[in-house]
Design a protein around this ligand. Structure first.
Ligand SMILES: [Zn+2]
Ligand SMILES: [Zn+2]
Length: 355
């Protein structure tokens, strides 16, 4: 198993970010990312995809082009959709969420509901952009943890804004409990696989109050926060089309987990299952028999919580967890660590589906 780490939601000066494509790629290299996917609003540029070589660190970062699409004539502009691997711009279907989703999927793309639930922040950040058309279907999954959504809420007053601007590591806590509950509800009610990803939604914007201005969450810092880690069966290819396919396949199958990297290095965190001769990693299905067992292995001790159909079944402070499975359903793992004065979310895995 080969683990790569990347960020799939970021903005440049092409939309409302403050860095160029190269600024963002250089920041990703400094933060140690293997890949990034550009998701400027309602636009997809040609000629950006490929490896960016950062001379300062000597690292190469694979950059791919995605789009964050919404109906820009709708007020407020809710229903943001992260679209990957679609071969053309999608603005012609942006006003109809289901048509937008179907167009992406029919063209071998993947799509995720971006920051599906939000809480209001300070000033202009008081406007929220949640997903509201919940009767849609056919999408790949949801963005379970969006760092900027978390920051927006955490910096909801001027004192909190100053603290967040100067001590950003205190601001990020965990995915909103109501969004975790919504994901569990969708997994149980739709009966289909829904992949979760976690992202920066990097803009490197400024916090302004009383004449002070400070860039909050510069690209390099936020790329060390909420990322998505993909599990590949072979090392990431140096051939662009092959590498795209590897990333696409891992995302489509949910062979990935979300991590808050600043809390502790999450590399090597695993959630696996076996039943008879079958083996599963996160995102896979497994048939239930009397030998069915789930395993969690963590590179550091953490509060490990196994969730079954939305309900915790076991919780332990340890670096491993074993569970003998007797019930079918959707199993996923959360890991928390107590850092900087409170418990914070560290790892959120995709489920193993026991049939
Ligand atoms: Zn958005
Ligand atoms: Zn965004």
């Amino acid at each position: 198993m080969f683990e790569i780490v990347g960020n799939l939601h970021l903005h440049t000066t092409t939309s409302d970010g403050t860095g160029t494509h190269d600024d963002v790629a250089a920041a990703a290299a400094r933060a140690g990312l293997d890949f990034i996917i550009h998701t400027d609003h309602n636009i997809s540029l040609k000629g950006i995809e490929g490896w960016y070589h950062d001379h300062d660190t000597g690292r190469d970062v694979l950059r791919l082009m995605g789009q964050e699409v919404n109906d820009s004539y709708r007020d407020p502009e809710v229903n943001h959709l992260l679209c990957y691997f679609a071969p053309f711009e999608l603005n012609h279907v942006a006003s109809k969420p289901q048509s937008l989703i179907d167009t992406v999927i029919d063209n071998d793309g993947l799509c995720f509901l971006a920051h599906p639930l939000e809480r209001p922040g300070y000033g202009r950040a008081g406007v929220v952009y949640p997903w509201v058309d919940w009767d849609v279907d056919n999408y790949t999954g949801i963005e379970l943890w969006n760092a900027m959504t978390d920051v927006k809420w955490e910096l909801r007053t001027i004192p909190r804004g100053f603290r967040g601007a100067y001590f950003p590591k205190f601001a990020i806590a965990q995915p909103f409990p109501e969004l975790l509950a919504k994901w569990d509800e969708l997994l149980c009610s739709t009966g289909r696989k829904l992949v979760a990803i976690g992202n920066a939604d990097a803009h490197a914007m400024s916090f302004r109050a009383y004449g002070f201005t400070r860039t909050i969450f510069p690209y390099e810092h936020i790329f060390r926060c909420i990322n998505t880690r993909l599990l590949l069966s072979t090392p990431l290819s140096r051939q662009l089309n092959k590498a795209r396919q590897q990333i696409r396949s891992a995302l489509q199958h949910g062979h990935c987990f979300i991590s808050y990297d600043l809390l502790a290095p999450p590399h090597g965190f695993r959630f696996m299952g076996k039943s008879g001769n079958q083996r599963a990693i996160m995102g896979d299905s497994l048939s239930l028999d009397k030998t069915a067992t789930l395993y969690v292995s963590s590179p550091r001790k953490a509060k490990l919580r196994l969730i079954h159909n939305g309900r915790p079944v076991i919780e332990t402070y340890n670096s491993f967890l074993h569970w003998q499975v007797t019930q079918p359903g959707v199993y996923r793992v959360e890991a928390y660590r107590h850092v900087w004065g409170k418990e914070r979310g560290w790892v959120f895995t995709n489920p193993i589906y026991i049939e």
